[in-house]
Design a protein around this ligand. Sequence first.
Ligand SMILES: Nc1ncnc2c1ncn2[C@@H]1O[C@H](COP(=O)(O)OP(=O)(O)OP(=O)(O)O)[C@@H](O)[C@H]1O
Length: 219
Amino acid sequence: MNTEIALERVSHFFDTTNGRISLFNDLSLTFNGGQTHAIVGPSGVGKSSLLSLSAGLESPRKGTISFKLEGRELTITQLRKHSGFVFQQFHLLPELDALSNVALPLKLSGDQNAYEIAKDWLEKVSLGDRAGHRPAQLSGGEQQRVAIARAFATQPAFVFADEPTGNLDAATSSMITDLMFEFAHESKAALIVVTHSNALAVRAHNCFALSPSGIEEAK
Ligand SMILES: Nc1ncnc2c1ncn2[C@@H]1O[C@H](COP(=O)(O)OP(=O)(O)OP(=O)(O)O)[C@@H](O)[C@H]1O
């Protein structure tokens, strides 16, 4: 299956009132479908920006990024329909309960069985009994499990995760990492994850180390 995100000679920078912040120059890499990819590197080097570009949330200043699903080029709008997201700060809607948070992207895509599917996913992350609880009534680890259920419930081809274990203790991080990798393997989604956690990075098929001088595959 030819599913991939390909960055070709991508350069990115921000022009600020204090001058230009250059992140990377002429960077080329491919994230293949059905595989797990970690992006590691020192703070401020541009990992989150690289993830954002790879997810089509931002456009690079120079170079091209193409998205393919089973050999077909995807537009950004099509890519969005096939993408799931997990963030360090969970990004759940505070006024919705766990079930509605997971059901929301399914409802937005017109799925008639949104609530049944969401219920199954909450059970998969062992939160079936917390379906009626809002994010404020859940711990950080529980909120991240809801976010993971939401990300995978739509059967995405690509899941983008930015520091998904950044705010969690070691035991909870390990549980969250297990869930993400288990679901990525089961669903054959490409998982692209930015992390400072070595324990998480070593689980990925590919580990890309970003540094001021460029990117290299760490294993
Ligand atoms: N919208 C923006 N405008 C100006 N500068 C930005 C913007 N977004 C990011 N930056 C800067 O770009 C650099 C890279 O940021 P980015 O968040 O991608 O790094 P990171 O490697 O993910 O860092 P960390 O590991 O600390 O989260 C930082 O210096 C940041 O301040």
